[in-house]
Design a protein around this ligand. Structure first.
Ligand code: LMR
Length: 340
């Protein structure tokens, strides 16, 4: 069966099951509650490893009353499909990147895509744990989605098949992006040609020349083998890639209270683990890419990085109308408070 058709069949089956009240409760009291956790990256990435940690903790601490099935690498659903599947209850848990919430109608999440907005991962965590993060998660409720945690990956670099020393080097280059209008504006600021593509299609897209370049943290680039089909990468660290771990609200609210509390604890610990491993995973992936000799990594001097900052900073004002100037101002205020 082809994939879209298979998805439609699965979604229809899930809708029927949900209507019959089967979405949450197992058929028999001694059967475990199953949480299908679908994601699009490799298992050996910060997100993949944190998902496995959540599974392990959830199963141990509920003494088998909950079974978590993790489906990595787009094996179950790709980007757009997985959000539809979550809303319909065919999967219970996802961790999409924050750049993928715009099509759901919660455009404010794209604030995390603004180039050079967040100086460090620590500052990002403060924003995510604080009022901005709480407000964003609350905005998901009207979509039937509950936000449980923010997970980190890291800062992105550009890659292409031509040397990327200065921003002008991306002029005219077809660049794959996630489905975010802010990322579209970012690419246009570089005179590049943005093209939205599901993560699971990027390797092939680069290999066949449908796109010529992309942006990723090192861990995604390496684990998807994109370094085999990209000759250059430049350590601009211009933007952030993080995730919101989300669940189908109906499923979550229908869980027995003790189970939900235990799962919340498991999620908290998996989140701490994700934050601990993210930077190291990316550093190791960069070293592995350099060692492979397939992609030449261009390391910018602080002066060279200034040129990228200069070209990309105006994107912030351009997208203020879309993501909300209130949220941008709040982040800027928190940043200046953190400095003093
Ligand atoms: C991407 O599509 O580039 C990323 O969102 C993939 C991921 O989940 O890290």
């Amino acid at each position: 069966m082809n994939r879209p058709l298979m998805l439609r069949v699965q979604l229809a089956a899930a809708a029927l099951a949900a209507a019959a009240g089967l979405a949450v409760c197992p058929a028999r009291a001694d059967e475990p509650i199953v949480i299908k956790f679908s994601h699009v990256v490799a298992a050996n990435t910060p997100k993949g490893r944190a998902a496995e940690r959540f599974k392990q903790l959830a199963e141990e601490r509920t003494k088998g009353r909950v079974k978590v099935e993790v489906y990595p690498n787009s094996t179950l659903y790709k980007d757009k499909e997985e959000l539809e599947a979550l809303q319909l209850g065919s999967v219970q848990m996802l961790a999409p990147s924050l750049a993928k919430f715009g099509p759901l109608g919660v455009k404010q999440f794209e604030v995390f895509d603004i180039p050079y907005m967040f100086p460090t991962a620590e500052f990002l965590e403060r924003i995510e744990e604080g009022p901005v993060g709480k407000k964003l998660m609350a905005s998901l409720e009207s979509k039937g989605i509950t936000g449980l945690a923010f997970w980190d990956n890291g800062f992105k670099v550009f890659s292409a098949n031509r040397p990327l020393n200065v921003p002008g080097d991306l002029k005219g280059v077809k660049m794959r992006i996630q489905s975010s209008k802010v990322l579209e504006a970012e690419m246009r600021a570089l005179d590049a040609i943005p093209q939205v593509m599901a993560f699971g299609d990027v390797y092939q897209g680069l290999q066949t020349g449908v796109v010529d370049g992309t942006e990723n943290p090192w861990s995604n680039m390496y684990t998807q083998k994109m370094h085999e089909v990209q000759k250059y990468a430049v350590d601009t660290y211009h933007g952030y890639l993080g995730y919101a771990v989300i669940v189908n609200s109906k499923f979550w609210n229908g869980l027995p209270a003790d189970i939900r509390t235990t799962l919340e604890g498991a999620m908290k610990d998996a989140t701490t683990y994700d934050h601990e491993i993210a930077r190291k995973d990316n550093d190791e992936a960069m070293a592995a890419i350099e060692k492979s000799g397939r992609t030449q990594v261009i390391h910018l001097t602080p002066q060279q990085r200034e040129a990228w900052i200069k070209v990309l900073t105006p994107v912030r004002n351009e997208v203020a109308g879309r993501v909300g100037s209130d949220i941008i101002d709040q982040i800027v205020r928190e940043q200046s408070a953190a400095k003093h």
